[in-house]
Design a protein. Structure first.
Ligand code: RIB
Length: 302
């Protein structure tokens, strides 16, 4: 069985729900609160595993109650924990998330804690799990030098690499040469491209810009406008899932997309089918509260 190795972070999400997001200096009463598993890398690993792929999660957590939440999550979701480092020194990361219940949009602050402390040496000690995997999936929520180092290990071993460039932070041009699939949302694409992405035409220009930088396939996720795909042979848009009025929480929707894309490629679906599959999974994930907890299983897709 082929497999997916996901390098990234786990954090415990503290989610606050209210009928609007507070403005600077404003205090609002919320309508709900929950604590649950999050972190972009971990969410992506859960998404891929729930879709039937064999997943290794490479990341660092603390030796504390939130770290236990992570280990329980992986056990329940059949994710290999051989590659999870437990730190005695650093606490497990946490995130504060505010969700607007009227449209499911959010604002997030992440304190990465232990996840930011994973080292190249630790990656080296688990490199077999990267090189033996068919797909290597990662994001930008740990140190960028460790991410680039790991992408190089994966590329040298002929893995298919996916970088979800979230959160958008400065990366060197060297990164782009090691990316088979680049999956920014419109805000992240704007950050790297330097211009606003409002229309499909803007997404096409941004996609071509990423290809020139060395990315093999660019997929810009555009929320309710769907996605825009570009590679050297073709450019096209695909619509989002029609879930108007059913969106309750968009936290982790991008993670659902990248995790599902990895799973679809792992299962050798063709390109268009892989994209359609990832769009469906991402849309479904917004119909439930939470991040990892909202990732659909294969049976939920029918
Ligand atoms: O992409 C959503 C995730 O971003 C949340 O789960 C939060 O933890 C942040 O890392």
């Amino acid at each position: 069985m082929s497999s997916i190795c996901v390098l990234g972070n786990f954090v415990a999400d503290n989610s606050f729900y209210a009928n609007k997001l507070p403005m600077k200096g404003q205090t609002l009463f919320g309508t709900g609160h929950q604590v649950g598993p999050g972190g972009k890398g971990s969410n992506q690993a859960i998404a891929a595993s729930r879709l039937g792929s064999k997943v290794y999660f490479l990341g660092k957590i603390g030796d504390d109650a939130n770290g236990k939440m992570a280990l329980n999550l992986y056990k329940k979701n059949k994710i290999e924990t051989k590659t999870v480092v437990v730190s005695k020194k650093y606490p497990t990361g946490v995130a504060g998330i505010m969700i607007n219940t009227s449209d499911g949009t959010n604002a997030i602050i992440v304190y990465p804690g232990a996840s930011m402390e994973i080292t190249k040496e630790e990656v080296d000690s688990f490199s077999k799990y990267i090189t033996d995997s068919k797909i290597f999936l990662t994001q930008l929520e740990i140190k960028t030098d460790v991410t680039l180092y790991s992408l190089k290990i994966a590329k040298n071993a002929n893995c298919t690499t996916i970088l979800n460039p979230a959160p958008a932070i400065k990366i060197s041009d060297e990164f782009f040469k090691h990316i088979d699939f680049f999956t920014p949302n419109e805000t992240e694409a704007e950050f790297y491209f330097g211009k606003k992405i409002v229309s499909y035409d803007d997404a096409k220009l941004a996609g071509n810009f990423f290809l020139k930088k060395g990315v093999k396939n660019s997929i810009i996720t555009l929320g309710e406008k769907g996605i825009y795909f570009s590679n050297k042979n073709e450019n096209f848009s695909l619509p989002a899932l029609n879930i108007k009025g059913k969106v309750v929480d968009t936290t982790g929707a991008g993670d659902a997309f990248s995790g599902a894309l990895a799973s679809a490629l792992d299962k050798k679906l063709n390109l268009k089918d892989s994209l359609q599959f990832a769009i469906k999974v991402s849309g479904k994930s917004t119909m439930k509260k939470g991040a990892a907890d909202a990732m659909p299983f294969l049976k939920d897709l029918t």
